[in-house]
Design a protein around this ligand. Structure first.
Ligand code: COA
Length: 146
């Protein structure tokens, strides 16, 4: 599986995958351009074979990193792409000295919640009515590293 750091050239493919995932925060092209500028505290990983199959965006926040966005193209789902992205970001975070990684997910997003639970993330909290359209709680998942 071709897993690498993303570049600005991947933005069109990332936006296309994002559009296939209505439950996801729909970030703009300009926000991704900002992320790829030097000095950003965000890391983008992509799985790319002939085309980009999936991506992950994480924010380095000291000892606790945050996964902000993760999505896989519909055609490439259930092939281990997200699992590979999670494994890689956890390795990177640990090697940079982080002790945990966390994320928020819509309560009703069962595919994503199963993925995180399979990867040994555990529920660390809940943010009531965190999401809009439709209003829904966020479940916070956290995974200790190392
Ligand atoms: C959630 C998502 C990222 C999973 O990506 P993926 O590459 O298909 O996941 P993987 O193939 O690595 O799946 C790993 C495990 O997650 C769970 N899982 C993944 N998709 C699932 C589904 N649709 N239903 C139930 N469990 C699922 C399973 O346990 C799976 O293991 P298995 O295939 O051996 O049963 C993908 O469905 C997606 O892009 N969804 C839309 C965007 C989104 O919701 N992102 C999360 C925001 S918090």
């Amino acid at each position: 599986m071709g897993l690498r750091l993303g570049t600005a050239a991947d933005i069109p493919a990332i936006l296309a995958i994002q559009q296939q995932a209505p439950a996801l925060s729909q970030w703009s092209q300009s926000l991704y351009q900002e992320i790829f500028r030097a000095g950003s505290r965000r890391i983008v990983l992509v799985v790319a074979n002939a085309e980009v199959e999936g991506f992950l965006v994480a924010r380095e926040i000291g000892e606790e990193w945050e996964i902000e966005n993760i999505a896989v193209a519909v055609r490439a789902r259930r092939c281990g792409v997200a699992t590979a992205l999670l494994a890689d970001i956890m390795r990177r975070a640990y090697s940079c000295g982080a002790c945990a990684i966390f994320l928020e997910v819509r309560e009703s997003n069962h595919p994503a919640r199963r993925l995180y639970e399979k990867e040994n993330f555990t529920i660390a909290g809940r943010r009531p009515a965190y999401y809009a359209a439709p209003v829904e709680d966020a479940i916070i998942y956290r995974r200790l590293l190392g």
